[in-house]
Write a protein that binds this ligand. Structure first.
Ligand code: NAI
Length: 351
């Protein structure tokens, strides 16, 4: 099957090619005809997929209703997401058009969980600053003091696959772990995680880490009011989706500094990351003033959506994507990977 692979980066092609090799068809051709496209999917690029029964996209691509309608008109019937998150897809419109949407619901929760904890450790012990200092032969420790993670209280919002691994790692560090999730995870309960209301989590946590999906209920969950309810000096980590945090409110809370504001922030995602992340903009003038303001804080550490970026996760994403396409072609879709009305209805809206 011809698959237009949008936003295809050089680092993922070998994984997709490897996943696409066995089994070959009778003529020795790879399973699918992968057409790699550097461009993201958008209204401007949708025509590149004309005649492709399948299209594969990543998190920065635009699968809004008009784009889906154009894909459908060009003959596309499968949208194969190379991600777990599907907030960039108009699922109702896809359902209406009869476009099957399949995702990679789990590839490596460890990749994202370890990245979240990496952000915590780096922010706390300031490895990034120490690295630069030592290279400049500045061996002073001024400004590098951190705190023991052991004995601190960590609040985990969303204890699904990734949140569970975060709970396990933080429990290993000797943290007391609080959690908020409309659905309790038995594995977390058995490791001693205490489920509390959000207000309690905000009031008691020294570190708060977000692992819930972006839904209407979680959009700007971390609002000005939520930030004001957090402990002064709290460390906030977001590796879920940018819009779970109200960035302008976050900047206001950071500006309070030692006067009761947020202590430090680690972000792997950003509300408007679509215009920035996954691109080399080092020679460009960034127009997003909110993002540029975030970059100026010494206590903010940003990575460009790389939580998923391990060899194991990339291999798993590629394998599931190719399998999703093969299953679709054989009319044997793996229902666990389907993104549709049923999945949307199962996403909890209360918190
Ligand atoms: P999951 O579906 O296993 O877990 C999500 C959990 O969030 C569920 O337990 C759900 O009940 C809970 N939840 C839903 N609404 C909530 C609310 N209002 N308050 C608290 N909890 C709520 O998903 P998984 O695999 O753990 O991924 C979590 C999120 O991480 C994804 O939705 C995605 O946005 C993000 N992600 C980020 C990546 C990165 O590279 N930075 C890579 C993969 C996922």
């Amino acid at each position: 099957m011809k698959i237009a692979v949008y936003s295809a980066k050089p680092y993922e092609k070998p994984f997709l090619d490897a996943a696409n090799t066995p089994p070959r068809d009778a003529d020795g051709r790879p399973t699918h005809d992968l057409i790699y496209l550097d461009a993201p999917l958008s209204a401007a690029t949708v025509d590149l997929a004309r005649g492709c029964p399948a299209v594969s996209i990543f998190v920065g691509d635009d699968a809004s209703a008009p784009v889906l309608r154009a894909l459908h008109a060009g003959g596309t019937r499968l949208l194969a997401l190379r991600s777990a998150g599907f907030n960039h897809v108009d699922v109702e419109e896809a359902d209406r058009l009869g476009i099957t949407v399949l995702r990679v619901p789990a590839y490596s929760p460890h990749a994202v969980a370890e990245h979240a904890v990496g952000l915590m450790l780096t922010l706390n012990r300031k490895f990034h600053r120490a690295f630069n200092r030592v290279r400049e032969q500045n061996f002073s420790l001024d400004g590098l003091m951190g705190f023991d993670l052991h004995g601190k209280t960590a609040g985990v919002i969303g204890t699904g696959k990734i949140g569970e691994v975060v709970c396990k790692i933080l429990t290993g560090f000797g943290c007391r772990v609080l959690a908020s999730d409309p659905v309790k995870n038995a594995a977390c309960v058995s490791m001693g995680v205490e489920y509390v209301a959000l207000e309690g989590l905000y009031a008691r946590s020294d570190i708060i880490t977000l692992h819930c999906p972006l839904t209407p209920a979680t959009k700007h969950l971390v609002s000005a009011a939520a930030l004001a309810a957090m402990k002064p000096g709290v460390m906030l980590i977001n590796t879920s989706r940018g819009a779970v945090v109200d960035t302008r409110a976050l900047i206001a809370a950071l500006k309070k500094g030692h006067r009761g504001g947020v202590g430090s922030v680690g972000l792997d995602v950003y509300e408007e990351e679509g215009d920035l992340f996954f691109k080399d903009l080092s020679a460009e003038v960034i127009q997003d003033d909110v993002f540029v303001r975030l970059l100026t804080f010494p206590n903010v550490l940003i990575t460009a959506h790389q939580g998923f970026f391990t060899r194991e996760a990339c291999a798993a994403i590629a394998t599931t994507t190719i399998n999703n396409a093969s299953d679709f072609e054989r009319d044997m879709v793996n229902e666990a990977n389907r993104v549709g009305a049923k999945l949307i209805a199962s996403v909890p809206v209360n918190h």
